[in-house]
Design a protein around this ligand. Structure first.
Ligand SMILES: NC(=O)C1=CN([C@@H]2O[C@H](COP(=O)(O)OP(=O)(O)OC[C@H]3O[C@@H](n4cnc5c(N)ncnc54)[C@H](OP(=O)(O)O)[C@@H]3O)[C@@H](O)[C@H]2O)C=CC1
Ligand SMILES: O=C(O)C(=O)Cc1ccc(O)cc1
Length: 441
């Protein structure tokens, strides 16, 4: 670790560059400049005037383009769409200052590292990062992956660590291959599940929070709705990029769709015995070492409902849900031999919530048994489960065929459907995530 004096010398002499002043680039620019670093940034040239007008009074400086940022900066961070990383690095990479360090914020590191290796001069060190949280989450205590890929000087890593220390995140050191394998297991499949819930509701044109106390009511349902709407209120390219550009993610998403389909066909066949045996095998594999408290306490989640107040009836029990989306994730972890707890050090808030609700469903006494009974004998959720199953397969095909255009179209159709609810959902979702974080162990 660098000494305080050394860090002060760096702050007086070094420049940090950020290419791509979107949500994450802006977060870093603000944090680093507030911490006393000299920060220069750019977005696309056509955004220069408006950004200058908007951030003229900030502590960071806006420059015209990535050439100017690269020429000046001792550490450059590319914070751009994953789909375009190769093209953008090919344009600005050759302008990188002699002996500088370069990294990126894209969510999948294989294409980013390939772009750096292809287009950066050989004197450039490569140390890349990934903050495992969205731009509106407090970075303190969240995992920050640091990948020291091409690094000849000990000082380079110390310098990057000094720069990012103001985020107060938990540093996790990985290779880029390890990073991509873990984020495929965690992020990509979590998003596939919540994207599928949202697109199923949009297909059948139902705002689930409006159905009163009969269906989609209670703590687990609040989590499903809040997280699904949170994802759809974000930018499509973040989710498209991290799933499509990560080859390991394709298989995980495919397995999730296969698990949903196979479990759903057991529901249709009313095969309680096979369904129970299959889920018990999955439960024993995923939760066998579980001891102590659950990650989530459902009581604290009850109040995070999107339903209008008059629809909320204290103590009233809704029809039990078959929770296909949660059964399918535990089944797919089992089928793929993934222990989700191994990935906790490198997890996003949404993954921890997804694991929390799945764990709750499988470990809360009697809940799994009640859910299996509902899945086999109660038809109330058949139509929803059918649409959900179709949606998992649609998302899986789009990702497998690496089709960014169709991804965008599908995502934005659902986004339009839920748009009126985003302000409310984000407010409630933020509060819910804060509560979950403070109750998590
Ligand atoms: N949002 C999140 O929750 C997280 C995102 N990430 C990753 O971080 C990266 C950035 O994401 P995020 O900030 O959310 O996305 P944004 O779309 O908000 O930011 C990307 C920015 O890069 C700009 N850009 C595109 N091309 C260029 C160029 N040639 N020169 C300069 N700027 C350019 C874009 O402009 P324009 O919009 O005009 O195209 C946009 O403003 C992505 O790779 C994402 O996967 C990582 C962690 C969390
Ligand atoms: O928590 C999540 O999974 C999010 O949706 C936010 C997010 C999106 C992309 C990343 O690379 C990291 C975090």
């Amino acid at each position: 670790m660098a000494s305080v004096e050394q860090i002060e010398r760096w702050k007086a002499t070094k420049t940090i560059g950020i290419i791509g002043l979107g949500d994450m680039g802006l977060l870093y620019a603000m944090k680093f400049s507030e911490a006393g670093w000299k920060v220069v940034c750019c977005d696309k040239e056509e955004n220069y005037e408006s950004l200058k007008a908007q951030y003229g009074d900030s502590k960071f400086q806006i420059l015209l383009n990535g050439h100017l940022v690269s020429r000046l900066s001792d550490y450059v961070i590319y914070s751009v769409e994953a789909e375009n990383i190769d093209k953008i690095v090919s344009i600005y990479g050759p302008s990188t200052k002699l002996n500088a360090i370069v990294g990126g914020q894209t969510s999948c590191k294989t294409p980013e590292i390939k772009a750096f290796e292809s287009h950066l001069p050989s004197d450039i060190e490569i140390i890349t990062v990934h903050s495992l949280h969205g731009p509106r989450v407090n970075s303190e205590g969240q995992p920050l992956v640091i990948i020291e890929h091409r690094c000849t000087k000990k000082e380079s890593l110390e310098f990057v660590e000094a720069v990012v220390s103001c985020l107060k995140s938990k540093k996790v050191y990985l290779s880029y291959e390890e990073h991509d394998k873990i984020t495929a297991d965690t992020q990509a499949v979590t998003h596939a599940a919540f994207l599928s819930m949202g697109s199923a509701w949009a297909k059948i044109k139902v705002y689930p929070w409006t159905l009163g106390t009969d269906k989609w009511y209670g703590s687990l349902e609040n989590v499903k709705m809040n997280i699904s709407l949170r994802i759809y209120s974000n930018k499509w390219h973040v989710y498209a990029g991290l799933a499509i550009t990560n080859p390991s993610a394709h298989n995980q998403i495919l397995q999730y769709a296969a698990s949903a389909t196979e479990l759903f066909s057991l529901f249709l066949r009313h095969d309680e015995k096979q369904l129970t045996e299959r889920l018990m095998r999955a439960k024993n594999f995923v939760f066998k070492d579980h001891t102590g408290d659950l990650l989530l306490d459902d009581k604290v989640l009850d109040k995070y409902s999107l339903a209008p107040k008059e629809n909320i009836a204290e103590g009233k029990k809704p029809v039990p849900n078959s929770h296909l989306s949660l059964l399918a994730i535990v089944d797919s972890w089992y089928q793929l031999g993934i222990n989700p707890y191994d990935h906790m050090i490198c997890s996003t808030p949404l993954f921890r919530v997804f694991l929390g609700v799945s764990e709750y469903l499988f470990l809360k006494p009697d809940l799994l048994e009640q859910t299996i009974k509902a899945a086999i004998h109660d038809e109330s959720f058949r139509k929803d489960d059918l649409e959900f199953t179709i949606s998992t397969r649609e998302w899986s095909s789009i990702v497998t065929f690496a089709n960014f255009d169709i991804y965008k179209r599908r995502f934005e159709e659902v986004q339009d459907f839920f748009k009126p609810m985003f302000p409310e959902a984000n407010k409630i979702g933020n509060e819910m995530l804060k509560t979950i974080a403070s109750h998590s162990h």
